[in-house]
Design a protein around this ligand. Structure first.
Ligand code: SF4
Ligand code: SF4
Length: 419
């Protein structure tokens, strides 16, 4: 994975994993005993919820807490709601967790089927915002974003992961349907597919332009796809969506195609499971499955101080409980043995320059980190390009002083945005 020159005159190179030709179907986890779905809504104890503990729900049923809210989740099993409670995510973000315990027989909710015969943006927004891959459907009705280009990512966003590549390989007909529906419901014709060279043949007759992305990490990052493929730079502190381009994963577009074709909301997520010994497997499970059920199914044992990461090794987030539920955009789960966890330290920067050489955004990280460590986030943003960082995580990986630079950057951005 890591190609390091013998004498460090050149920067180290990291390669994205390419899906092997021999990739077999994902190993399926049987319907979990319980799922937990995270509603992007702060839990308010005083609020009287429409949904209550004890309510029976079918698979595919849309769940929301109040009639006035546009926020919902889709039940991924048939069963009984057993709890509605507060949940704290990264950086203290708050959600409402809805737990459902599986019943005996699976039943499919038919509400979406009634609407799906006439695909339009409203139906997609009302039913398909939490399908596998987490499509950013709400962007198309955001008055602050004028989306004119859609990029479908057949490439994976982080090292070791092959989840999106597998969607291209296994579900190209659904992707073609998804593209057809997306054009119809958004009116946007400028849709391109970002793919590695070895995927181009698979994507061949999707009727959209296919653009090759090389496998040097972080070439699959949206900002770099924008620059290298679309020839557009994203101004500092702005997002791709701010300049009219939005990104869908191949899995999300396939889910949209399958939903409108079959009249059922997809509820099963594929992900790459990377075990402690480095072995990888593709797993298919219901959204909301606690990772403990995946570990049980594949005999992953955890010891004290082992680490679990949701997402890839560069940009994923540490998970502190085996109850953590699989999210619509969880493309990987990594388990690291405590002895292979790279320790981070709060050492001072020694100005070695490794991070600067590798940073794709040319951020003066050696200066930036001094202000981040001192908690001077405003100065870090104003003078040292904090918001130019595209969050690839490379600087943390190469830092000789083992400073968790990427985590400092994410925290600083979070703090400044919530001011
Ligand atoms: S995470 Fe680090 S290396 Fe990557 S863009 Fe940001 S500052 Fe540069
Ligand atoms: S890699 Fe670490 S020690 Fe070296 S310049 Fe960057 S922040 Fe400083």
């Amino acid at each position: 994975m890591l190609k390091r020159s013998f004498i460090r005159l050149t920067k180290p190179r990291f390669k994205n994993e390419l899906l092997p030709d021999t990739q077999t179907e994902p190993q399926k986890i049987s319907t979990p005993k319980k799922v937990t779905l995270l509603l992007d809504n702060s839990f308010d104890q005083k609020e009287v919820f429409l949904l209550k503990e004890g309510d029976k729900v079918k698979t595919g049923r849309k769940l929301f807490l109040s009639k006035d809210s546009d926020t919902y989740v889709i039940s991924t099993i048939t069963g009984t709601v057993t709890s509605i409670s507060p949940y704290t995510g990264d950086f203290g973000d708050t959600y409402t967790a809805i737990s459902i315990v599986a019943g005996e027989e699976e039943e499919i909710d038919d509400e979406f089927e009634k609407y799906c015969k006439e695909p339009n943006l409203d139906v997609a927004k009302k039913f398909l915002a939490c399908v596998p891959g987490n499509p950013p459907i709400n962007l198309f009705s955001d008055p602050d974003k004028r989306i004119n280009t859609i990029v479908i990512c057949g490439v994976d966003s982080d090292l070791l992961i092959t989840t999106r590549q597998y969607a291209v390989k296994s579900d190209i007909e659904a992707i073609k349907s998804g593209i057809h529906f997306l054009k119809k419901i958004t009116g946007i014709d400028n849709i391109i597919m970002a793919a590695h060279r070895n995927q181009i043949q698979e994507c061949g007759d999707t009727d959209i332009e296919i653009k090759e992305v090389n496998s040097d990490y972080p070439s699959t990052h949206p900002h770099l796809i924008m620059k290298d493929i679309l020839g557009q730079s994203v101004p500092e502190g702005r997002s791709c969506e701010d300049v009219g381009v939005c990104f869908f994963s191949a899995e999300a577009i396939a889910a949209i195609g399958n939903a409108f074709n079959n009249g059922k909301i997809p509820v099963t997520k594929n992900l790459t499971l990377i075990k402690k010994d480095g072995s990888k497997m593709m797993v298919s499970t219901r959204i909301g499955t606690p990772i403990s059920e995946i570990f049980d199914a594949f005999e992953v044992t955890l010891n004290e101080k082992d680490r679990i990461i949701a997402g890839g090794p560069m940009t994923g987030s540490a998970v502190f409980s085996e109850d953590y539920p699989i999210q619509p955009d969880t493309d990987a789960i990594i388990v690291q043995d405590k002895d292979s966890v790279k320790k981070v330290l709060d050492n001072p920067c020694i100005n070695c320059g490794e991070c600067i050489r590798i940073c794709p955004a040319k951020v003066p990280i050696n200066m930036l980190i001094r202000f981040l460590q001192a908690g001077q986030y405003g100065t870090a943003a104003e003078q040292y390009d904090l918001f130019s960082c595209i969050e690839c995580g490379l600087c943390s990986f190469v830092c000789i002083s083992r400073i968790p630079i990427f985590q400092y950057i994410r925290l600083a951005k979070y703090e400044l945005r919530s001011d």
